[in-house]
Ligand binder design. Structure first.
Ligand SMILES: Cc1ncc(COP(=O)(O)O)c(C=O)c1O
Length: 417
């Protein structure tokens, strides 16, 4: 047994080291990935390992006097950044934050209206195989021919379906949301409004994407995507819902959480208010728009919807290059570019195996210091590979060239000025 464990340990170290080397040698265009700045290691207020449960004022474990202070301060930071009345930073992930919100606002079987998966919605927004689709009666709205949410159609559906909750938010809808219209629809039909800005949270905090988070009743967001924090999520809500959401988190859906999540998240949130972060957030959107223009100039119609307001774009690989999402993802992976298959609203189904496009994200590239000129080279590489005009060897060499140029600018090696 000893030998076996020793062997396993060395395999684990070898795999970890190889994975790190792989990440350093590839360009990551997966929209949910990012780099956590190395300088943050020197700015973390707490390095301990305690966990806690409960909410401020009610803790089932001893030693909690300062835990309340830490949770209060962390929540105050989130409230200051986003302007909401209440904030909870305990969720292990945004899926879990969404679970807590449904638990707070709905009973099993209650009706919810949300954006269709293939139009950009998330699996926690009612997909059949997910807890959300099993527990609640989800109905869906899609997008129009231009790929935009048609708010009149949402109103029409809401009047018919009379949902208790409308969920807006997405993993692959590249446009801004008309939150005021959604608020009006919810008020008219008597539904709560939840906005899931899992992807956009960092862009909103860094003023690169306009969205007033005080308008919905509840907001959820990942802290590890564009916000560049440690893995976890935030729930923000109005004062009227604070108690309900607190108890939906504990005891509703969660027991323990690490105290370090609160302090690490608060540091990441504070950092969003720096000039450097604003520059990163603007660059993430700028890179996505530049990539989008470069693809469109060479292949009109290649970018679904024709552009983006966010840190990703949707490439219609089937229409532009004759390869579906899985083939496109694999072809790029072979040459060191990571992106992910994506169903477009035109897909045959919501199943990822029917994906007809790619989601191309720029948050990681923005953190790594890539410029607009690099984005143009990147667009050439991607188009060259997908159109099979460029050999894998040639494309891999071009990727290696881009990686080598930028390694020095990486937020992992940069020191805080
Ligand atoms: C819109 C949206 N909501 C929720 C989630 C779930 O986040 P997590 O992976 O942190 O559970 C995601 C993840 O990509 C997402 O895109």
């Amino acid at each position: 047994m000893r030998e076996t464990l020793t062997e396993l340990k060395s395999r684990l170290h070898a795999a970890g080291a190889s994975q790190e080397a792989y990440e350093r040698s590839t360009i990551n265009l997966i929209a949910s990935d990012n780099l956590i700045p190395a300088w943050r290691q020197h700015d973390l207020p707490y390095h301990g390992d305690m966990i806690q449960e409960g909410i401020v004022g009610y803790r089932p474990f001893a030693g909690a006097a300062l835990h309340d202070e830490i949770e209060n301060v962390a929540a105050d930071v989130a409230k200051a950044v986003f302007g909401t009345d209440h904030a909870i930073l305990q969720s292990h992930s945004c899926s879990q934050a969404n679970q807590a919100v449904y638990h707070a606002l709905l009973k099993p079987g209650d009706r919810v209206l949300a954006l269709q998966f293939k139009a950009g919605g998330h699996l926690t927004h009612g997909m059949k195989g997910n807890f959300s689709g099993r527990l609640y009666d989800f109905r869906f709205f899609g997008v129009n021919e231009e790929g935009r949410i048609d708010y009149d159609a949402v109103r029409f559906l809401a009047r018919e379906a009379r949902p208790g909750l409308i969920v807006c938010g997405s993993s692959s809808y590249p446009w801004a949301y008309d939150v005021a219209s959604l608020r009006g629809i919810c008020d008219e039909v008597g539904a709560w409004l939840m906005l899931d800005v899992s992807h956009e949270g960092g862009l909103i905090a860094g003023s690169a994407f306009a969205c007033d988070l005080r308008v919905p009743d509840v907001v959820t967001m990942s802290l590890d995507k564009t916000l560049r924090g440690a893995h976890g999520a935030a729930i923000l809500c109005t004062a009227a819902l604070a108690e309900r959401l607190d108890s939906a988190v504990h005891p509703g859906t969660q027991s323990s959480f690490p105290i370090r999540r609160l302090t690490d998240s608060a540091v990441a949130l504070l950092e969003t208010q720096t000039e450097m972060f604003a520059e990163y957030a603007a660059r993430a959107v700028g890179l996505a728009r530049h990539l989008s223009s470069a693809f469109t100039a060479a292949y009109p119609g290649a970018v679904f919807g024709g552009g983006t307001d966010k840190h990703y774009l949707l490439l219609d690989s089937a229409a532009a290059f004759g390869c579906d999402g899985i083939a496109a993802e694999r072809a790029l992976e072979r040459v060191g570019v990571l992106a992910n298959r994506q169903t477009l609203p035109s897909a045959r189904s919501s199943r990822l195996r029917d994906a007809d496009g790619l989601r191309v994200g720029t948050a990681w590239a923005a953190s790594a210091g890539y410029t607009l000129a690099d984005a143009e080279k990147l667009a050439e590489i991607v188009a060259g590979v997908l159109s099979r005009r460029v050999s894998d060897a040639e494309a891999a060499a071009a990727v290696a060239g881009l990686v080598a140029v930028k390694r020095e600018l990486d937020v992992r090696t940069r020191v805080l000025p």
